[in-house]
Design a binder for this molecule. Structure first.
Ligand code: ADP
Ligand code: ZN
Length: 761
C-alpha cells in the first residue's frame, strides 16, 4: 500500500497494510522510516511494480484524525507535477499540523447564564444585581447604573438597582452564546478591548472555563444581515449564487472599480454556499488585510470565519485544521497556505485581489496560489471567483479565450465618484533641495487638512533611505551577502539588507576612507517622508503604516480603527496601505514616487505599477467627499501615468497585450526559470553553462541565458539564471524534466525551478 511521507522523496513508499486496520486512501498512518515513526498519508497510485507484502514493513497504526479528502490528494499530485517538486514536499504543506498531539488545555470565557438571578441574553438591556454580586465598576452618579471600564470602582450594595449592558457587552455576550472562547479571540471577535472583558468578569457576567479541545467555530448565518443591492450588484450576486448552486467547476472574474461592492457581492456567493451546507475558502494576498475582512464578515454573517495563515499559534492552528477537516469551520479566510486545508466539502473558492504577486510563493515549493486555487476548485467540483479592480493579464487572457467568465461592476456604490487623478511633473514643480515633496503636493495636503479631511502619502519603500554613500570617497554601503545596497532604518539606528535580513549599526565614519560624518542618505523611504511631513505639517497627527513597523493583523486593525475614527490626519505608508482598506474620510492620496515600480523593467513592471497605483488611488474619496490623487513623476507622458490619469485602463491593457503577444510573452506564452546557485561563482557558472549547452531546441521553444541574476549574489550564493520560453500550447514540464536530466548537478550547486516566474531577480 503506497504511503506518501511529508519529505522530498520521489514518491510514495510501499508498506504492508494489516487488514485489521481497514485502511483506505487518504487515511493518516504511522509508518516506520529509518527507525523512527513518521506520519504519512495512504496514497492512491501504485508506487511502481508491486512488491510482495511479506517483503514490506507494515503500517504501524492508524492516526486518529480525519482522512485527507481526495480533492486535496489530487491537488498535491497536481502541484508536484506542475512545479516539478517532490510530492512529499507538497504534502508537507498540507500536513504541517501535528495531528497526533492533542492541543493543550487553556482557559477561556463563558457567559454566566444567570447573573444576578436574571437570565442573560444578548438582548438583555440590564441586569439586576443581588447582594452576592462581586465588586462592580460603575459611576456613582449614574441613575440607572451603567457599566463602563472607565467608571470608578464602587462596591455594590444590596440597594443598588440594576446594571446596564453596554452595546460592547451585548456584543461579547452575543458572540459567546453558549460557547467558551479564549479572551484574546473574544476581544477580537467582539471588537472590544481587554478591559471590557475584564470588566464583565468583575461584574460576574462572564466566568472562566476550560476551552474545549476544538473551539467551536460559530455557524455563520447567511441571513444575518443581507445587504440591499443595487440592480447591477443584484444581477452579479444572483449570477454568483447560481454558480454555487450549480455545484460544478467554473471560473469567474469579478471585476469592478474599487468601492463598487465586489466584496459585498462575493459574500453573497459565500451565503449561497452556506445555505447549501458546503464550505467556502476566501484567499487574501496579505494577512494584514484580514482584520477588516473579519469584522466585515462578522457584520454580514454574525460570527467570524476561521482564519488561517502561517503565524497562527500552534494550538489555534491544530484546532482550526481539525475544525476544517470535520466540517465545523464552514468558512476559512486565509493566506495562500489555506489552499492545503483538508476541506471535506469545499463548495466555493474566492481569490480576492487576484492580481497580487503576493500570491506567488517563492520559497520551497514555488507555486502561484491564484492558479492553484483554480485547480483546487476544479478537483472539488466547485466554482472559483477571482476578484480584482485591476485583473492580471493572465486572467484577462483566460477571459478572452473563453476559459473564464467575466462579471463587472462599473460604478462605485452609493454614488461615490472615482478620484480625480493628476500628475505633478517633478521637473516643473521640484521639491526644495534634499526634500521629496513637491510644493504642489504640500499645498494639496494643506487644503485637505483645512477642510478637516485626511490625506495619505504613499511610497513603496521601507526605511529611511535606500542607499547610503560617503560624500568624500563615493563608497556605497552594500550587503556583504547580497548584490544589494543596505537600507537605512534610522528609527532602529541600523542598516539592513531587505533581501537577506543582514543588519549593521549605522556607521558614523566611512568604512573605506575613514572620513567622519560624510555618510549621506540618498533617496527617500517612508521614514524620511515622515520626517519631512513632520516639518511641513507639525500640527497634523501622523501615522506610519509599513510592514516592518506594523507586524500582524492586529496592529493593522488598530491603525485602521484609528484612521476611521479620525484620530489621524496624515497617513504615510508603503504598499500595505494600498490594499482593500476602506477609509471614508481620506480624500487625498499623494504618490511620492510614481515612477518607482517602472525602474526594475521586468516583464510586468508597467502592469504592476498600474495595479498598485490604481489600488492606492482607490483609497481616496470612498464616501460622499470626492477624492483626489496626485502622482509625483518625472515622466507624466509615460503610458502608465497616462492610463492612471485618464482612468482608461482598457487602453493600457490593450497596449500591454499588443506588446506581449508577438514575442509569446506571458500570458501568450509560457515561461519557466532555472536558477543555478552555489557558494563558488565558478561552480555556479559551470553548471549554468552546461545547462545552456544542453538547452532544448524545438519550434516554439527558446532558452535565454545563462546570465548572472540581477541579484547576482544572494545570502552568499552566486546565482545564474536561464529562462525557458515556449508557445502557450507547449507544456514546459516535460521539456524541463528532459533538460534537467542531461546535467548532473554537483554537490553544493542547486538548481531551482520556477514555473510561471513572477520575480526575475
Ligand atoms: P470593493 O470590494 O469593490 O472595493 P466593497 O464591497 O468594499 O467594494 O464596497 C465598498 C463600500 O460600499 C463598503 O463599505 C461596502 O460595505 C459598501 N457597499 C457596497 N455595496 C453596498 C450595498 N449594496 N449596501 C450597502 N453598502 C454597500
Ligand atoms: Zn543581504
Amino acid at each position: 500500500m503506497p504511503v506518501l511521507l511529508p519529505y522530498p522523496f520521489a514518491g510514495p513508499f510501499d508498506y504492508a497494510a494489516p487488514p485489521s486496520l481497514g485502511l483506505v486512501p487518504g487515511d493518516l498512518v504511522l509508518v516506520p522510516l529509518n527507525r523512527r515513526q513518521e506520519v504519512g498519508v495512504v496514497w492512491d497510485a501504485p508506487s511502481g511494480p508491486a512488491v510482495a507484502d511479506s517483503k514490506l514493513k507494515p503500517v504501524s497504526a492508524r492516526v486518529e484524525a480525519p482522512a485527507m479528502p481526495a480533492p486535496l490528494r489530487r491537488l498535491v499530485d497536481w502541484i508536484a507535477r506542475y512545479t516539478l517538486s517532490p510530492p512529499g514536499q507538497v504534502l508537507a504543506m498540507a500536513l504541517r499540523v501535528n495531528a497526533l498531539v492533542p492541543p493543550p488545555m487553556i482557559l477561556g470565557w463563558r457567559a454566566v447564564s444567570e447573573a444576578g438571578g436574571v437570565r442573560l441574553t444578548p438582548e438583555s438591556k440590564s441586569v439586576r444585581l443581588t447582594p452576592e454580586s462581586k465588586s462592580v465598576r460603575l459611576t456613582p452618579e449614574s441613575k440607572s447604573v451603567r457599566l463602563t471600564p472607565e467608571s470608578k470602582s464602587v462596591r455594590l450594595t444590596p440597594e443598588s438597582k440594576s446594571v446596564r449592558l453596554t452595546p460592547q457587552r451585548q456584543r461579547v455576550l452575543a458572540i459567546l452564546g453558549d460557547k467558551i472562547i479564549p479572551g484574546a479571540d473574544l476581544a477580537r471577535q467582539a471588537d472590544v478591548g481587554a478591559s471590557v472583558i475584564r470588566g464583565m468578569a468583575d461584574a460576574g457576567l462572564i466566568a472562566a472555563a476550560p476551552v474545549p479541545s476544538v473551539p467551536p467555530f460559530g455557524r455563520p448565518d447567511p441571513a444575518f444581515r443581507a445587504p440591499v443591492f443595487s440592480p447591477a450588484q443584484a444581477a452579479v450576486a444572483g449570477h454568483l449564487r447560481g454558480l454555487v448552486s450549480a455545484r460544478s467547476f467554473a471560473v469567474t472574474l469579478l471585476d469592478g472599480v474599487t468601492g463598487s461592492g465586489k466584496t459585498e457581492v462575493y459574500l453573497e456567493a459565500v451565503a449561497a454556499c452556506l445555505e447549501a451546507g458546503r464550505q467556502a475558502l476566501v484567499l487574501l494576498p496579505e494577512i494584514a488585510l484580514s482584520a477588516q475582512f473579519l469584522a466585515r464578515f462578522g457584520r454580514r454573517f454574525g460570527v467570524a470565519p476561521a482564519l488561517w495563515h502561517s503565524d497562527l499559534g500552534s494550538r489555534t492552528r491544530r484546532a482550526t485544521w481539525r475544525a476544517v477537516a470535520e466540517g465545523a469551520a464552514q468558512v476559512v479566510v486565509g493566506a495562500r497556505s489555506a489552499l492545503f486545508l483538508p476541506f471535506p466539502d469545499l463548495g466555493l473558492v474566492i481569490v480576492d485581489e487576484e492580481h497580487e504577486t503576493a500570491f506567488k510563493q517563492e520559497d520551497g515549493v514555488v507555486y502561484h496560489a491564484r492558479d492553484m486555487a483554480v485547480v483546487r476548485a476544479r478537483f472539488s467540483t466547485a466554482p472559483a471567483i477571482l476578484v480584482s479592480a485591476t485583473p492580471s493579464l493572465e486572467t484577462l487572457a483566460n477571459v478572452e479565450a473563453g476559459r473564464y467568465a467575466h462579471l463587472r461592476l462599473l460604478s462605485r456604490h452609493g454614488g461615490a465618484s472615482m478620484p480625480a487623478i493628476a500628475a505633478i511633473d517633478m521637473r516643473d514643480a521640484p521639491p526644495p533641495r534634499g526634500k521629496f515633496l513637491s510644493p504642489v503636493l504640500v499645498e494639496a495636503v494643506r487644503a485637505r487638512f483645512a477642510r478637516g479631511e485626511q490625506a495619505m502619502l504613499f511610497l513603496n519603500r521601507r526605511g529611511y533611505a535606500p542607499l547610503t554613500l560617503c560624500r568624500a570617497c563615493g563608497h556605497r554601503l552594500a550587503c556583504p551577502n547580497c548584490t544589494a545596497w543596505l537600507v537605512e532604518h534610522r528609527a532602529r539606528r541600523e542598516l539592513s539588507c531587505h533581501h537577506c535580513g543582514h543588519t549593521a549599526p549605522s556607521p558614523t565614519m566611512c568604512p573605506v576612507c575613514a572620513a567622519e560624518g560624510t555618510m549621506a542618505p540618498i533617496g527617500p523611504g517612508v521614514e524620511r517622508i515622515t520626517e519631512e511631513a513632520a516639518e511641513l505639517f507639525p500640527e497634523a497627527r501622523r501615522l506610519v503604516m509599513a510592514s516592518d513597523t506594523m507586524p500582524g493583523p492586529h496592529a493593522a486593525a488598530e491603525a485602521a480603527r484609528a484612521i476611521e475614527a479620525r484620530e489621524v490626519d496624515l497617513l504615510i505608508g508603503t504598499q500595505i496601505v494600498a490594499k482593500g482598506w476602506h477609509f471614508p474620510h481620506l480624500t487625498l492620496v499623494g504618490v511620492v514616487d510614481a515612477d518607482l515600480g517602472l525602474a526594475g523593467g521586468d516583464l510586468r513592471a508597467a502592469e504592476r505599477t498600474v495595479q498598485l497605483l490604481h489600488q492606492v488611488a482607490g483609497r481616496a474619496g470612498r464616501a460622499e467627499a470626492p477624492g483626489e490623487v496626485k502622482l509625483q513623476t518625472f515622466s507624466p507622458e509615460h503610458p502608465v501615468m497616462q492610463a492612471l490619469i485618464s482612468g482608461d485602463l482598457a487602453a493600457f491593457y490593450a497596449e500591454e497585450k499588443a506588446a506581449r503577444r508577438p514575442g509569446h510573452w506571458p500570458p501568450y506564452g509560457r515561461l519557466a526559470a532555472l536558477i543555478v546557485s552555489a557558494e563558488q561563482a565558478d561552480a555556479a557558472d559551470r553548471c549554468a553553462r552546461a545547462l545552456g549547452l544542453n538547452a532544448p531546441a524545438a519550434p516554439g521553444v527558446e532558452v535565454l541565458g545563462p546570465t548572472p541574476a540581477p541579484l547576482a549574489v544572494l545570502r552568499g550564493r552566486h546565482r545564474r539564471r536561464l529562462l525557458l520560453k515556449t508557445r502557450r500550447d507547449i507544456a514546459v514540464q516535460p521539456i524541463l524534466q528532459a533538460w534537467l536530466a542531461t546535467v548532473s548537478v554537483p554537490r553544493g550547486v542547486r538548481v531551482d525551478v520556477d514555473v510561471d516566474p513572477v520575480s526575475f531577480l
